[in-house]
Design a protein around this ligand. Structure first.
Ligand code: GLY
Length: 389
């Protein structure tokens, strides 16, 4: 069954409730500041400044509000989330900073969640428009959804592993509208992505380029990892969760084995406290920042996949999830309003290195998805959760 971290402590049911209770209190505490405005993608010295709804990350904050509403039933949360859903409809109607593939990250935890939880009609409308925006980025030559930049931009004929999390929006849109076009594009993209981003040793490429004329696979490259050939921790974690979702939506059995292998690579490269450094090249003893968000993302993937596995293997992944969450709760979670207005410390957005192409920002801070997936993981452990994805 592979790596188990036998002997490591597991988060208890009481700790899961305490952790969710603190998240709920923190979210209510900061809600007045972050109802008309959103949290920036990453905190600065532990505190998120308020920003307009323009980045690829704002849906996570609304998603935290919905998870908190599920936990507590507090009507103030529902009212604030509805203000934000209205803003998301305005954003897609006016095409405000939506020229990229992150429509799922934006619209699943905010607007699909609103519709699933409360029947919110603006949420449904906004999410279907976002799905239309997402499929407009599909390249039939190569059969993939382009991640970044203008569609005719020479240096951007590529997909990135993160996009696997954008695709549930397309499956949802097909179910809602009865139109198969969304699902067809999602299936094609998944197939292209899975065939190319996973390397022989089951580490993953962050991004993968195709030949614009023929669509043939060209080469892998990193953007946010340490170097091209290394495994960016969050990319690997997007792979873990992305493969679980790919299996859920396509039912393709071969994705189960790929999930096992990609997850094993992630687990084998964890340091002693089970929370990865920002790139899996680094481990205990290296003077490098952590990316705690990757741990939560991978836990969500393991918990999702465990629904489709036999009893013994499901229990294996659930125990791993409980052990990683124990470390996150004990060593990384915020427990004091004075320390941070976020939920989880020691995450890394993008860490510039001599060998990568990303901007340097949000290093060793909270970030929006780190907070969101920590709450999602706790929620998954506390009940039979209906996915926003
Ligand atoms: N999807 C971008 C990131 O994970 O930073």
């Amino acid at each position: 069954m592979g790596i188990t971290f036998e002997g490591y402590p597991e988060i208890t049911g009481a700790e899961i409730r305490e952790a969710l209770d603190f998240c709920n209190r923190q979210i209510l505490h900061v809600l007045p500041e972050f109802t008309d405005k959103f949290q920036q993608a990453y905190s600065e010295n532990g505190f998120y400044p308020p920003v307009e709804n323009r980045d690829w990350t704002t849906g996570f904050w609304t998603g935290e509000i919905w998870l908190s509403y599920e936990f507590s039933g507090d009507q103030r949360l529902k009212a604030a989330a509805e203000v934000q859903v209205h803003d998301f409809l305005n954003r897609i109607d006016n095409k405000l900073a939506v020229d990229h593939h992150d429509m799922g990250f934006l619209y699943s935890p905010s607007c699909v969640a609103a519709y699933k939880l409360t029947g919110n009609k603006e949420g449904r409308e906004a999410a279907i428009k976002a799905a239309d925006q997402l499929i407009s980025r599909f390249h039939p030559v190569g059969e993939f959804i382009q991640a970044w930049g203008a569609m005719d931009e020479p240096g951007n004929y590529r997909l990135i592993i993160d996009c696997l999390l954008n695709l549930p929006l397309l499956y949802w849109a097909s179910e809602e509208t009865g139109d198969e076009k969304y699902r067809d594009i999602a299936e094609k993209h998944i197939h292209t992505a899975v065939a190319n981003v996973i390397r022989e040793d089951y580490s993953t490429w962050h991004t993968f380029f195709f030949d614009r004329k023929t669509g043939a696979p060209d080469h892998g490259a990193t953007c946010q990892g340490y170097r091209d050939g290394s495994a960016w921790a969050r990319g690997q974690a997007w792979g873990v969760y992305g493969l679980a979702l790919a299996y859920k939506y396509t039912g393709r059995k071969e994705y189960i084995e790929l999930f096992r292998r990609v997850t094993e690579y992630f687990l084998e490269h964890l340091p002693g406290d089970l929370v990865p450094y920002w790139d899996l090249e680094f481990n205990d003893g290296d003077d490098q920042p952590r990316d705690s968000s990757s741990a939560s993302i991978a836990v969500c993937g393991m918990l999702e996949m465990s629904k489709y596995l036999g009893v013994e293997e499901a229990e294996h992944y659930r125990k791993l999830a409980l052990r990683i969450m124990k470390s996150l709760y004990d060593n990384y979670a915020v427990k004091d309003f004075a320390v941070s207005n976020g939920l989880v410390l020691h995450s890394t957005y993008s860490n510039h290195s001599p060998y990568n192409t990303c901007d340097h920002r949000g290093v060793d801070e909270c970030n929006a998805w780190g907070d969101y997936f920590y709450m999602e993981a706790l929620t998954r452990l506390s009940k039979d959760w209906v996915l926003y994805w």
